[in-house]
Ligand binder design. Structure first.
Ligand code: HEM
Length: 183
């Protein structure tokens, strides 16, 4: 699907499921949701290291069991504030979200990338569908911290919708990879 400048989640039914969020909105609302996410992400991504670090510290503090999945878990357990592994991972996560946000108008490219990422997560990193909830909560918490008063209920709703889409596609890719034994 060629990029027309308009997010093509407006013109495709690929995400039309019974789930709540973007899929229930009218096209104008969808456009607004994408605009809000793009604009607020620009602000937070200006300091990717800071906010990416906030994200992982929040995730590892609220869900300590998740730390074990990460290759730098011993660093985190020793001193989370000085883990270079955590910092590297913060950059990688922020770059991936930045890419995904930038490609909401280019789903033909974005969806396979997210499915591949999901496959790697499930097969290589032992991520599970239930991990996506704490990750989503930590992301929302990070956005709230980063945006301050700009984090309105409307912004929260927009990000919840987009995160649900991203994670649903990753989970789909992950489950398919586990089923057919590939990454
Ligand atoms: C929207 C959701 C997520 C995004 C965008 C994301 C993004 C990434 C990226 C970009 C990497 C770098 C390596 C690679 O590209 O394969 C990575 C690694 C990783 N992610 Fe995620 N991730 C997400 C959700 C999760 C969840 C739910 C878990 C489960 C707790 C998880 C656990 C991991 C682990 C364990 C690694 C490997 C890090 C290491 O040990 O070096 N991620 N993730």
């Amino acid at each position: 699907m060629a990029s027309t400048g308009k997010p093509d989640i407006l013109s495709t039914n690929v995400f039309h499921s019974e789930k709540q969020g973007v899929t229930e909105d009218k096209p104008d609302d969808l456009q607004k949701t994408v605009d809000i996410v793009v604009q607020t992400w620009k602000l937070v991504n200006q300091d990717a290291l800071k906010h990416g670090t906030v994200f992982y510290k929040r995730l590892f503090t609220t869900h300590p069991g998740v730390v074990e999945l990460f290759s730098f878990s011993s660093e985190v357990k020793e001193n989370m504030d000085e883990s270079s592994g955590l910092e590297n991972q913060a950059y990688l996560l922020m770059a991936m979200i930045d890419y995904a946000v930038s490609q909401l108008g280019n789903l033909d490219e974005l969806i396979p990338k997210l499915k591949d990422l999901g496959a790697t997560h499930f097969v290589k990193y032992q991520a599970k569908p239930e991990h996506f909830k704490p990750v989503g909560e930590s992301l929302l918490w990070t956005l709230k911290e980063g945006l301050g008063e700009l984090f309105t209920p409307e912004v929260e709703k927009a990000w919840t919708s987009i995160y649900t889409i991203l994670s649903d596609v990753m989970i789909e890719g992950g489950k398919a990879a586990l089923d057919d034994g590939s990454v």
